[in-house]
Design a protein around this ligand. Structure first.
Ligand code: XLS
Ligand code: CA
Ligand code: CA
Length: 440
């Protein structure tokens, strides 16, 4: 059975195209910096937003028109797999991602949930044989069910810790079965609402123990996916333990886990944390911890996780700048953890949304590569930090000085010369690059 009958394969037609079902900038075969766009960008579809979500929000019921919704239970799960692979193929996307509960309904017992998963995983495995689309990452949903009301690995309830562990154990087995390149841990409800009833030390220690057990089990079953922590500062809990990359990194270092994890950085989570997307990418990159990206954007007027499809070219450019400087994302990719707006309820909107996101990152890739080739930002930065290339600056960076010597040097200074940061000039130059990139 097919579900997207109004849409054929999405092809690159170039920026002059007026066909809404065509890429204007994403040309999978075009080579940028030695790799094709497809290899560089490694786009993924998020199963939960695209195949499973129905458009409910706290004030209204579902709006999404999904031809597979005429089914229910396991039949619905199977229809979604059919629809998903049709969608992946028509979009030409190389990856997808899911939570356990996105692909198969929970049963009334853990055993039954696992059986449901096995059935759908077998079906997905079969579809993957004839598809170019691979699994970028999987994860488990340890936050929606009422049992996780007080968290999962950081719950006050040891039975919940055990249940969460059993679900991750199964998630790792599923990841191995489907050849996942990464495995994601987003905190979910791993955090707290108030210290008045919380033992923060025990919760953090338990989280540390939980991750060690996950690392050990993956080794035991020979599942060599890259483990990724996905930071988010708030929502659902007030204080999430993996607030941002810096907090997550400190946690990993503290618990001896830093060698086993990298970060999956989501744009909307970065902005919720009061950072820019590129800040989070940079922090991870300079610490060798940039693993993968959840590509979306927030609404600057709203203070929550709106998960919009990325269309802000300025942001995709600065993000791609970090990703190129990282030498690409390795086993990671750009997963559209993005949802169509509640008012964009037709099945075709799923194509328009992904086309918008893929084109936006293709523009970002090309502009960022040009900025790097022309040493635009590097040039400004080199000039700005040039004082560390000579005299006392070299002594500082080479560790050849100390407070006594620095005091002696400072006492001898008659004047400290400063230079402009040139911010407006830099921004104007980036605008020029954005407009020029596709003018030729
Ligand atoms: C929620 C998160 C979640 C993770 C995977 O805000 O973005 O969807 O990506 O559990
Ligand atoms: Ca995410
Ligand atoms: Ca999100």
């Amino acid at each position: 059975m097919t579900y997207f009958n109004n849409v054929t394969s999405i092809k690159y037609e170039g920026q002059a195209s007026t066909n809404p079902f065509a890429f204007k900038f994403y040309n999978p075969e075009e080579v940028v910096a030695g790799k094709t766009m497809e290899e560089y960008l490694r786009f993924g579809v998020a199963y939960w937003h695209t195949m499973t979500a129905n458009g409910t929000d706290p004030f209204g019921s579902s709006t999404m028109v999904r031809p597979w919704d005429k089914f229910s239970g396991m039949d619905l799960a199977k229809a979604r797999v059919e629809a998903a692979f049709e969608f992946f193929e028509k979009l030409g996307v190389p990856y997808f991602c899911f939570h356990d509960v996105d692909i198969a309904p929970e049963g009334s017992t853990l055993r039954e949930s696992n059986q449901n998963l096995d059935t759908i995983v077998d079906m997905i495995k079969d579809y993957m044989k004839n598809s170019k689309t691979k699994l970028l990452w999987n994860t488990v949903n340890n936050f929606s069910h009422p049992r996780f009301v007080h968290g999962a690995a950081s719950s006050n309830n040891a039975d919940v810790f055990a249940y969460a562990a059993a679900k991750v154990k199964k998630g790792l087995e599923v990841g191995k079965e489907l050849g996942a390149e990464n495995y994601v841990f987003w905190g979910g409800r791993e955090g707290y609402e108030t210290l008045l009833n919380t033992d923060m030390k025990l919760e953090l220690d338990n989280l540390g123990r939980f991750f060690h057990m996950a690392v050990d089990y993956a080794k035991e079953i020979d599942f060599d996916a890259q483990f990724l922590i996905e930071p988010k500062p708030k929502e659902p809990t007030t204080h999430q333990y993996d607030f941002d990359v810096a907090t997550g990194h400190a946690f990993l270092l503290n618990y001896g886990l830093a060698d086993y994890f990298k970060f999956n950085i989501e744009a909307n989570h970065a902005t919720l944390a009061g950072h820019t997307f590129e800040h989070e990418l940079r922090y991870a990159r300079i610490n060798g911890m940039l693993g993968s990206v959840d590509a979306n954007q927030g609404d600057p007027l709203l203070g929550w996780d709106t998960d919009e499809f990325p269309t802000d070219l300025y942001s995709t450019t600065l993000a791609m700048y970090e990703i190129i400087k990282n030498g690409g994302l390795g086993r990671g990719g750009l997963n559209f953890d993005s949802k169509v707006r509640r008012g964009s309820f037709e099945p075709e909107d799923l194509f328009h949304a992904h086309i918008a996101g893929m084109d936006s990152f293709a523009v970002g890739l090309k502009v960022a590569q040009k900025l790097i080739d022309d040493k635009v930002l590097d040039g400004f930065a080199e000039e700005r930090y040039s004082s560390y290339k000579e005299g006392i600056g070299i002594d500082i960076v080479e560790g050849k000085t100390d407070f006594r010597k620095l005091e002696e040097y400072a006492l001898g200074l008659t004047e400290i010369k400063q230079q402009s940061g040139r911010l407006e000039q830099i921004k104007a130059t980036i605008n020029q690059y954005l407009l020029r990139a596709f003018a030729e």
